[in-house]
Design a protein around this ligand. Sequence first.
Ligand code: 3PG
Length: 307
Amino acid sequence: MSKTVLVATEKPFAKAAVDGIKKVLDEAGYTLELLENYTDKSDLLSAVASVDALIIRSDKVTEEVIAAGKNLKIVVRAGAGYDNVDCAAATKADVTVMNTPGQNSNAVAELAFGMMLNLARKKYTGKAGTELRGKTIGIHAYGNIGKLVAVIAKGFGMTVKAFDPFVDAAAIEADGVEAVDSVEALYSSCDYVSLHIPATDKTKKSINYELLSKMKQGAALINTARKEVIDEDGLLKAMTERGDLMYGSDLIPDCLDALNEKAGDRVFVTAKKMGAQTAEANINAGIAAASQIVAFFEKGDATFKVN
Ligand code: 3PG
């Protein structure tokens, strides 16, 4: 039976991705509704009212949004992290939540290196910087993005370490990456630490002063994960006390002004979350989301269900 799918993106997909989503939905006989660049939650609440499925990015899908979606059966987060979706409320309302793991990972991994180079080259201000070759990178969480970071790091001639309590050390070592057995060991032994942990109740504020203080002289923390995993008071304290630490972030910290005041020349923050903002990532994640919705309705396929 024909379905209506709303693509609601406060930060829109590339046009080619929307075209790809439309093609998948057209082929299934489904209707696409598009809500882009919206600035008010009320726009999402009215747009979701009559649709069967919802595709989003970092857009917040709260209990209120789920309640407003009277016919809503499925929400697909076109991307990896689904901390922006109230999964408990969705489950209660019998709404399936999915993500599209791996589809935008390469874009995020590449951006992590863009930020490393930016900091290593003193933000391209003309001052002498350093090179990545010969340095050690620590990958904090060895999932889809972490694995790609490892591959690229080797191309730069870096030594690669990783910490991930949920991945078998043997699987990490099989990729030619040293598996370290504690987060402290990772942070204390690497010139760059690249963060790829999700924001959960356990990880929120887990990157704290104590951990940051263990970082090597001149080390840089690269955050393409989530703002919430950083204990910002601790970050500010560590960056203020240690004139050598660097921080690159694809998430605008709440303490940005203070951070810039204390350590502006060692901090690089993107203007808007850019990790997955490539045509390729948008196409991959957007088309995967549309295909998963069609497979869900037509075949009951719930492969990527997360709730
Ligand atoms: C993700 O979790 O997939 C990334 O953080 C990308 O988020 P975005 O789609 O809002 O750019």
